[in-house]
Design a protein around this ligand. Structure first.
Ligand SMILES: Nc1ncnc2c1ncn2[C@@H]1O[C@H](COP(=O)(O)OP(=O)(O)O)[C@@H](O)[C@H]1O
Ligand SMILES: [Mg+2]
Length: 253
């Protein structure tokens, strides 16, 4: 396996401006504390921690959505794509699946000269069909809108929309947390299949340690914005070193 580095984060601190009442008493509050890690090609890196620990904030810094930070974020490949928890709010409800999946290709065609990007309507259409079938949906879904789809189907579409731009890294923030357990398993299986087909890596964010155990090769545990433990999933789960990890595992298993 090629082990090229995809993303490097060094000594990252990030902040939010907390507004007091009536916009007064503004405070700059630190959310992430000295976070360092890297993602290599082929990794599925899990990020776990309870609600409010800073997982989504880390994703937003990596995607350039949160800009108030210091430290280094080095993307060694193209920009990551994102898959969100709630595929309903992240998919445009007014558009068809066809439009939703063609849009990233249209956008890409404008700003990139890479050879694989389809330049004609029919080539885009063909790529969308193929992507749709790879996420397990047939052509009849092309003309549906997100509101016509189940939660699992919607998440298949958001995953397709991320993968269709051929990223190296996908950041998935609680991608199965809103789904029933049986549907969760199907989506995890799909993500694993697409990882192989498209040589993807994932930063897989979840508060659910069981889900992380199923899919992640490595895991990072975050508490109050700090990474308190990280390592191979097997060794962290079998021999947790930090008291916080021990508590999380006790509650989960
Ligand atoms: N836009 C924001 N403005 C101010 N504070 C925020 C904002 N978003 C999140 N926070 C705070 O940052 C901390 C981390 O939140 P978040 O990254 O969403 O955690 P997680 O995804 O692990 O649940 C929390 O204390 C939260 O209240
Ligand atoms: Mg979150």
């Amino acid at each position: 396996m090629n082990n090229d580095i995809i993303l490097e984060v060094n000594n990252l601190n990030s902040y939010y401006e907390q507004r007091g009442r009536h916009g007064r008493n503004r405070k700059r509050e630190q959310v992430l504390h000295d976070v360092s890690f890297s993602i290599h090609e082929g990794d599925i890196l899990g990020l776990v921690g309870e609600s409010g620990s800073g997982k989504t904030t880390l994703a937003k810094v990596l995607l350039g959505i949160v800009n108030d930070y210091d430290g280094e974020v080095i993307h060694h490949t193209s920009y990551p794509q994102m898959v969100f928890q709630d595929p309903y709010s992240s998919l445009n409800p007014a558009r068809t699946v066809r439009w939703i999946l063609e849009e990233p290709l249209r956008a890409l065609a404008k700003r990139s000269k890479e050879g694989w990007i389809p330049r004609t309507k029919s080539a885009r259409s063909e790529m969308v069909r193929q992507m749709l079938s790879e996420v397990g949906l047939d052509d009849e879904y092309l003309d549906r809108k997100p509101g016509d789809l189940s939660g699992g189907q919607r998440q298949r579409i958001s995953i397709a929309g991320a993968v269709i731009t051929r990223p190296k890294l996908i950041i998935a923030d609680e991608p199965v947390s809103a789904l029933d357990v049986t549907i969760q398993a199907q989506i995890l299986e799909l993500m694993q299949k697409l990882k192989e087909t498209y040589s993807l890596s994932y930063l897989f964010i979840s508060h659910d340690l069981n889900v992380v155990y199923q899919i992640c090769s490595r895991v990072m545990v975050m508490q109050h914005g700090s990474v308190v433990e990280s390592g191979d999933t097997e060794s962290v789960y079998n021999h947790p070193q930090h008291p916080y990890t021990q508590v999380l595992l006790m509650d989960a298993m």
